[in-house]
Design a protein around this ligand. Structure first.
Ligand code: M6R
Length: 661
C-alpha cells in the first residue's frame, strides 16, 4: 500500500515525537500503539498550513490564469495572497494582505502583461501575522528566485541560523523564505538539482512551486505531505493545490505523491523522485468535474448553491450502487470480499468536524443494522491515544477533502497496526483515497463553501449504503427491509428537493427573531443528536454566534441551567421512536421560559402548541431523518449569517482543507 510507513519511519519523519509500538496480550492479532508526544508544541514553523498554490507555464497570458486559479483556491485560505510572473528575464512580484481582491487591485494595471509563466499563492497563516511581508511568493537574496509553499518547514529555525551565518538576508518571519535561500545556496546553473539538494535538508511538509529568472522556461514543483496536482494541457502545464483551480483549462491531471518533484515547461513535464532523481511514469487521470461546478451559478453564495445541490449529490452517491429490482447494494470499491466482511469484529470511524458528525450518525446505523460494534473518534484524539486495532478491525476515515492532516495520520496509524482501511471521500485522487485499501467516493462535486453541506449529506448517503451492504453480507438485515431502506434513501433526495424552497422561505422569515442572538442551543435524540451537533457547528462557524449541540436527554445534567429568554433552542423532534422522550425535554425547556424553534413531522399539532416557530417536514423513514433534518439546520445557519452580513463562504479564521494538525 503506497504511503504506509512503519512506525519507526514515522518517528523519524517527524523527529519531535517518538513512537513505541508494542505487542499487547489482547489476542494474538492485536498490537497497540502508544505515543510519547515530545515537544510537538514547539514547532519552529511559521507559515501557511492550508494555503493554496497555483502555477502556470504555457502560451497564454499568465496573470489572469493565476488570479482565476487563486480565486478557485481561496477557500483554502484568505489571509493574504501573492503572485509572481516572469517578464523580459525578470521576475515581477505582487503581494497583498487580506483577500484576493486586494491582490487583484494591486496587479490590475498589469493583468494583460505578455508573460506566460508564473506562480501564485493564497495563505492561511498558522504562525506569523498575515501581513504583506509574510505573504508569498518569497524570494532569495537576489530576488531572482521565488517560492510559493503550502506546508510547514519543521527545521526552519536551524536552517535560517545557518543561512544567516552565511550572509543570507531574510525579509519575513516565514519558514518558506528559508526554502528560497536554501535553494539559492545550492544554485549554480541547474535549478532542479538545487531544489533537490535543498529539499534533502528540509524536514516537514510542503507543496511548492519555484521559479528562477535564470531559467524562465522551467517551473519546478514538489510535494511532501501537502496536496499538489499537476494539470496537463496542450502547450501548457499547471500546478495547483486542488483540482478546481485547473478545471477552466484542463481535466487531465497527475496527482503528485510524497517526495516527488515535477519539472514543468511549455507542453512537457518530467516527474522524478526527489531523493534519487529517478524519472517516474505517472498516470494521467481525467477528472469528471467541470468548471461550472465550481461556480456560484446565480446563487449569492457557494454555501447556498451547495445546499440546493444536495438532492443531486445524494442521488449521485447512490447511483449505480443499488440494484433496482432487489434493492441490494453493490460496493465492490470497498475492496473487501464477503469473508472479510463477515470477519469484521469492530469498526473504527475516524474523522474531523462535520465528517465526524456523519460518523456519529453511522454508529447508530451500523450497530443497528449490521450488528458490528462501532467506535467513533475525532481524528486528532484518535492519533494520540492508545489504539487497539488489528486485522479484524475495519478503520473507516470520512473526509470531504481526503487531505485533513489528523484524519490522514489516523488511517496511517491504523494501517500500521494491521487494520484494513476504507475511506469515504469526495475528492478523487486525494491522499486518503490513494492510501486506503478501499474507497467509497461520494459524488457531491466540488464543495467550495468552507461550511460543509452537500459533502455531509452525501457522506450520510454513502454510510447508509455501507450499512445496508454490511447488513446484507452478514445476513443481519432481511432483504425486504434492505430494499425498503434503499428505496427510502432514494426517496429522501426527492423530498429534500421538493421541500427546499419552502423551508428556505419559512426560515428566512423566522430568523428575524433570532439573527441577533448571542447564543443558541441545538438538541436532538438518537439519530438526530449528531444533527444537533452539526447544526450548532454550522451556526457558529459562519455566523459567529456561540452555539452548542446536546443530546436532549443531557439537558437536565447541566445545560438546562443556561435556559432563559436569551438562549434560543432549536429542537429536532421528528415523530420517531424517541419522540415522546424528546417532547418531554422540549416541555422542560418551555417550562423555563426557553424560546423554542421546533422542527418536526407534518401533522404534529402538539408542537404548534409549544411555540409559534415550528417548521414541519414530511415523514420519511425514521432511519433517514438525519439527511432531511440537516437541511433546515443548514438553512437556519445560512440565513442568520447572511442576515448578519457575515462572509458566509469564507468565515474568519477558517480554511476548507485543514492540512496541518
Ligand atoms: O475535508 P474533511 O471532511 O476531512 O474536513 C473536516 C473538517 O475540517 C470540516 O468538516 C469542517 O469541520 C467544516 N468547516 C465544517 O463545516
Amino acid at each position: 500500500m503506497p504511503g504506509k510507513k512503519d512506525a519507526s519511519s514515522s518517528a523519524c519523519r517527524w523527529g519531535k515525537r517518538s513512537i513505541r509500538v508494542w505487542e499487547k496480550g489482547d489476542g494474538p492479532d492485536y498490537r497497540s500503539i502508544f505515543f510519547d508526544i515530545q515537544l510537538d508544541t514547539q514547532r519552529e514553523g511559521r507559515s501557511c498550513g492550508m494555503c493554496g498554490i497555483v502555477g502556470y507555464i504555457g502560451t497564454r497570458k499568465v496573470v489572469p490564469i493565476l488570479i482565476e486559479g487563486l480565486r478557485r483556491l481561496e477557500y483554502r485560505g484568505y489571509d493574504s495572497a501573492g503572485l509572481v510572473y516572469e517578464h523580459g528575464g525578470r521576475l515581477v512580484k505582487y503581494r497583498a494582505a487580506g483577500k484576493l481582491s486586494n491582490l487583484e487591485a494591486e496587479v490590475d494595471e498589469n493583468i494583460g502583461v505578455a508573460s506566460h509563466t508564473g506562480i501564485g499563492h493564497t495563505r492561511w497563516a498558522t504562525h506569523g501575522a498575515p501581513t504583506r511581508d509574510n505573504a508569498h511568493p518569497h524570494s532569495d537574496c537576489t530576488g531572482e528566485l521565488v517560492v510559493v509553499h503550502n506546508g510547514i518547514i519543521e527545521n526552519y529555525g536551524r536552517l535560517k541560523k545557518e543561512l544567516e551565518a552565511k550572509g543570507h538576508r531574510f525579509a519575513s518571519q516565514t519558514d518558506t523564505e528559508v526554502l528560497a535561500h536554501l535553494i539559492e545556496e545550492y544554485l549554480d546553473d541547474d535549478l532542479v538539482t538545487a531544489v533537490r539538494e535543498a529539499l534533502a535538508r528540509v524536514e516537514g511538509s510542503y507543496a511548492l512551486g519555484v521559479l528562477w529568472a535564470g531559467d524562465p522556461d522551467t517551473l519546478v514543483a514538489a510535494r511532501n505531505h501537502s496536496p499538489l496536482v499537476m494539470g496537463v494541457g496542450e502547450d501548457a502545464c499547471f500546478i495547483a493545490s486542488d483540482v478546481p483551480a485547473l478545471l477552466p483549462y484542463t481535466r487531465q491531471v497527475i496527482f503528485l505523491d510524497d517526495r516527488e518533484l515535477a519539472v514543468l515547461s511549455r507542453g512537457s513535464y518530467t516527474v522524478m523522485d526527489v531523493d534519487d532523481g529517478a524519472v517516474l511514469d505517472k498516470e494521467v487521470r481525467t477528472i469528471d468535474w467541470n468548471a461550472a461546478m465550481a461556480e456560484k451559478g446565480g446563487f449569492k453564495h457557494f454555501m447556498l448553491k451547495e445546499i440546493y445541490e444536495q438532492p443531486q449529490a445524494i442521488l449521485n452517491t447512490v447511483s449505480g450502487r443499488i440494484v433496482p429490482d432487489t434493492g441490494a447494494v453493490e460496493l465492490p470499491e470497498i475492496g473487501l470480499d464477503d469473508d472479510a466482511i463477515r470477519s469484521i469484529r469492530r469498526i473504527a470511524l475516524v474523522a474531523c468536524g462535520t465528517s465526524w458528525h456523519a460518523a456519529l450518525v453511522a454508529k447508530y446505523w451500523i450497530e443497528k443494522w449490521a450488528g458490528i460494534p462501532v467506535e467513533v473518534d475525532i481524528a486528532s484524539e484518535f492519533r494520540y491515544r492508545r489504539l487497539l486495532l488489528g486485522p479484524d478491525v475495519l478503520t473507516i476515515s470520512i473526509s470531504q477533502s481526503g487531505e485533513t492532516a489528523d484524519t490522514l495520520a489516523g488511517i496511517r496509524l491504523a494501517a500500521e497496526l494491521g487494520s484494513r482501511v476504507v475511506t469515504i471521500c469526495n475528492v478523487v485522487g486525494s491522499t486518503m483515497t490513494r492510501e486506503a485499501d478501499g474507497v467509497i467516493y461520494t459524488h457531491a462535486g466540488p464543495e467550495i463553501g468552507v461550511a460543509s453541506t452537500k459533502a455531509f449529506t452525501s457522506q450520510l448517503a454513502a454510510l447508509f449504503l455501507l450499512t445496508l451492504y454490511l447488513g446484507q453480507v452478514r445476513g443481519t438485515m432481511d432483504p425486504a427491509t434492505g430494499k425498503a431502506l434503499a428505496t427510502g434513501l432514494v426517496g429522501v433526495a426527492t423530498v429534500i428537493e421538493e421541500e427546499l424552497p419552502r423551508m428556505q422561505e419559512q426560515i428566512r422569515v423566522l430568523i428575524e427573531d433570532y439573527y441577533d442572538a448571542r447564543d443558541f442551543l441545538f438538541v436532538g435524540r438518537g439519530l438526530n443528536f449528531p444533527i444537533a451537533l452539526e447544526g450548532a457547528l454550522k451556526l457558529k462557524e459562519i455566523s459567529y454566534i456561540h452555539a452548542e449541540g446536546y443530546a436532549a436527554g443531557e439537558l437536565k445534567h447541566g445545560p438546562i441551567a443556561l435556559i432563559d429568554r436569551d438562549m434560543p433552542v432549536l429542537a429536532l423532534v421528528p415523530r420517531d421512536s424517541v419522540y415522546q422522550k424528546t417532547v418531554s425535554n422540549v416541555e422542560e425547556i418551555k417550562a423555563r421560559q426557553g424560546r423554542l424553534v421546533l422542527i418536526g413531522t407534518a401533522g404534529d399539532e402538539h408542537l404548534a402548541r409549544l411555540t409559534d416557530d415550528v417548521l414541519y417536514l414530511p415523514p420519511v423513514h425514521e432511519e433517514l431523518n438525519p439527511l432531511l433534518y440537516t437541511i433546515p439546520a443548514q438553512l437556519l445557519s445560512y440565513e442568520i449569517a447572511n442576515r448578519r452580513g457575515c462572509d458566509v463562504d469564507q468565515p474568519r479564521n477558517l480554511a476548507k482543507s485543514v492540512t496541518v494538525e
